[in-house]
Design a protein around this ligand. Structure first.
Ligand code: SIN
Length: 275
């Protein structure tokens, strides 16, 4: 379907498109909302430039796509529990997202999408890579697709949120670090396409295989996900915004700018149980 209210410029043939003609500080009309939704379905991650928006406007945009997610462990800005602070500076020992991952896949219903608005950037670097998990699935051989099709894997969070990022407090209502068992291949509820759904950030173990078998298969899949032909690379500018679909992509935040600072705010949209 041709777009009428937005312009869509692909970053690569497989993933990513820049969207023009949208001012996210204003409420979206239904037609424009539908076209942004369709562009996300088509390109898996979409980018906007020069968006002068505050946290409330960012949350309003996110809410057009669903209920907002509250992170299980990360501290939030005062008055905005649905906002995740993405921050790195000279004091950082680790940063969020510096591994290939799909956001919070440890949740029983992992987020559908994430919307990151960039406020401050280093003089150079700090790009984010995105990879297409439909493509990752499609490029597997038929015997491997058959094998993985019946399997599930554990997605755990304690090693990431407590271990790497040093979070100490669970969200109210949680009594343990989230972990969930998800199918290795999931079907996207909107596109109907199959996507590979294991990531090196959260996925720890394939259910039903021995430790050795599980490690070998996961390492092979994590390596496969890193195939450059599945990827695009986004170069941020201040006030850029990215919106990615966690059900069919993974991303990797580069940390090539230490000790410089980078600051953004992420709003995350709830998703459903992978099937
Ligand atoms: C993330 O949400 O995983 C961080 C992405 C980024 O900082 O580019």
């Amino acid at each position: 379907m041709p777009y009428e209210t937005i312009a869509v410029e692909p970053l690569s043939p497989v993933i990513g498109a820049e969207i023009r003609g949208v001012d996210l500080s204003k409420p979206l009309g239904n037609q424009q909302f539908q076209e942004i939704h369709d562009a996300l379905t088509e390109h898996l991650v979409i980018f906007f430039r020069d968006q002068e928006i505050d946290l409330d406007q960012q949350k309003d945009f996110g809410r057009r796509f669903g209920k907002l997610h509250i992170h299980p462990t990360a501290p939030a800005p005062d008055g905005h529990p649905e906002v995740l602070i993405i921050k790195a500076d000279a004091k950082s020992k680790a940063i969020a997202g510096n591994r290939w991952h799909s956001d919070v896949s440890c949740d029983a219903e992992p987020p559908m999408g994430s919307i990151l608005h960039m406020r401050q950037l280093p003089p150079s670097g700090g790009d984010t890579m995105f990879a297409n998990m439909y493509e990752a699935y499609d490029r597997l051989t038929e015997p491997m697709k058959q094998f993985l099709g019946g399997l599930k894997a554990w997605h755990e969070s304690e090693h990431v949120h407590r271990g790497t990022l040093g979070h100490t407090k669970l969200r109210d209502g949680l009594t343990e670090w989230p972990r969930s068992l998800h199918p290795i291949v999931r079907t996207h509820p909107v596109s109907g396409k199959k996507a590979l759904f294991v990531n090196s950030g959260f996925t720890t173990r394939i259910e039903g295989l021995s430790e050795k078998e599980s490690r070998a298969i996961l390492d092979m899949l994590f390596d496969h996900v890193r195939t450059p032909e599945f990827q695009c690379r986004f170069r941020w500018r201040e006030k850029s915004m990215a919106f990615w679909d966690n059900r069919c992509t993974q991303h990797y935040a580069l940390w090539d700018y230490f000790p410089q600072s980078r600051l953004g705010y992420r709003v995350t949209v709830c998703g459903d149980k992978p099937a």
